[in-house]
Write a protein that binds this ligand. Structure first.
Ligand code: HSE
Length: 402
């Protein structure tokens, strides 16, 4: 029987215990032995809980117990999670986590520590919640040259954008509704400004590059400037607006960005609605493959953590290779990326906009929106676009085209 400890008995941690209880037979069949939760670390007590006897408040009880071979860190945040994980790996215990902040910041370092100690460090639940995308990258797609990963990696913003599109409500109104329903945090900044998606694409980009893509190096724009008129234009163009996080391989290394994009409706990412996530991966031999599912939620996220627990039990006394190391990946500058842009300006500066962007722009007409001139630029670099846009006084908004 394998003995595990769960650090943090919040939403995900209690979900992990629930999955191990509910699917005990399936877990045992998959792991090759039954799995027992020996300890649950939390600051709180849980009187009346089925597992109250397993609750401890001192990490050393877990670290000093040689019977515990696997640790699930579901506390979140950098500290004390980092110290606990590091100590556990150094004591020869495998660690898995749903903690995207920590994996984005310290994942490659923790993978190296795991390797040195001949144990494993896995983090399936840190990206795309229950979607088994990291395991696919690390296993089924390992022989591919992955040249692009594009994801809708944040359920909160996808829910907000879907509601704005389908129900014609403004950003603030939808955000308020999302907060009431528990789909958005009371402090929604990490989601709506793209920081959460940024950490997740940093993890995917690290796995793609085999190095450490620092999330602080990733250009990130959120969705708070999107306006309901943008959706009217998007519909006229037969496109959807999605917060995309992407990493592309190019001749100079890797380019990553998080920003709202106009996505043509024939692209499957355009049809990913509500709180769902999707990750599209392009391999040189395989072509495109897309993973879709619940990117958050107690049971879905916990299921991904349990998949790691099983993998680590099956590979007892072995290090499971994870394609990343602590060397910093070279990212190519955003300025050089070339794409088309959709721009809305006041109609009083339409002639000036044409002069600045060239007369062959594609004009986007929406008679219902008065006082505006909207157009799509030719292919243009990010730097060139920024410089030209800076010459205009009366810009109402812009979006990148995917
Ligand atoms: N706030 C995140 C989301 C939760 O909305 O996707 C999952 O990481």
């Amino acid at each position: 029987m394998a003995k595990v400890a769960v650090l943090g008995y919040g939403t995900v941690g209690s979900g992990v215990v629930e999955v191990l209880d509910t699917n005990a037979l399936e877990v045992a069949n998959s792991a090759g032995e039954s799995v027992e939760v020996k300890y649950i670390l939390d600051l709180r007590d849980f009187p009346g809980d089925k597992h109250e006897a397993q609750v401890v408040h001192d990490i050393d009880i877990i670290l000093n117990d040689p019977e515990v071979s696997v640790i699930c860190e579901t506390m979140g945040g950098i500290e004390p999670a980092f110290t606990f994980e590091k100590k556990a790996l150094e004591r020869g215990k495998s660690v898995c986590t749903s903690n995207k902040e920590l994996v984005a910041a310290k994942g490659p370092e923790l993978v190296e520590i795991a390797k040195k100690n001949n144990v494993s460090y896995l983090f399936e639940a840190s990206v795309g919640g229950g979607i088994p995308v990291l395991r696919a990258l690390n296993d089924s797609l390992k022989h591919e040259k992955v040249d692009a990963i594009t994801g809708i990696l944040n359920g909160t913003t996808n829910y907000i954008l879907t509601k704005m599109d389908k129900e014609g409500m403004g950003f603030e109104t939808v955000l308020k509704k999302a907060q009431e329903k528990g789909y958005a945090e009371r402090n929604p900044e990490a989601d709506v400004e793209g920081y959460d998606a940024c950490r997740k694409i940093a993890i995917l980009a690290s796995l793609m590059s085999g190095k450490h893509v620092d999330y602080e190096d990733i250009y990130t724009e959120g969705i708070s400037k999107i306006n309901i008129h943008d959706f009217e234009y998007a519909r006229a163009l037969n496109m959807s607006i999605k917060l995309l996080a992407m990493c592309k391989r190019n001749e100079n290394g890797f380019f990553t960005i998080v920003a709202p994009f106009l996505v043509p409706s024939e692209n499957p990412l355009a049809s990913v609605n509500g709180v769902f996530n999707a990750i599209s991966i392009h391999g040189n031999m395989l072509g495109d493959v897309m993973f879709y599912g619940k990117g958050a939620g107690k049971n879905a996220t916990a299921s991904a953590v349990v998949a790691d627990v099983i993998d680590m039990i099956k590979h007892k006394d072995k290090h499971i290779e994870v394609n990343m190391n602590a060397e910093k990946a070279q990212l190519s500058p955003k300025d050089n990326a070339v794409r088309r842009f959709f721009v809305r300006v006041s109609d009083t500066i339409a002639d000036q906009a044409n002069e600045v962007f060239g007369n062959d722009v594609e004009v986007v007409k929406r008679n219902s929106i008065h006082g505006e001139y909207a157009f799509i630029t030719d292919l243009i670099s990010e730097k060139d676009f920024e410089e030209r846009l800076g010459k205009l006084n009366g810009v109402k908004g812009y979006l990148r085209l995917y």
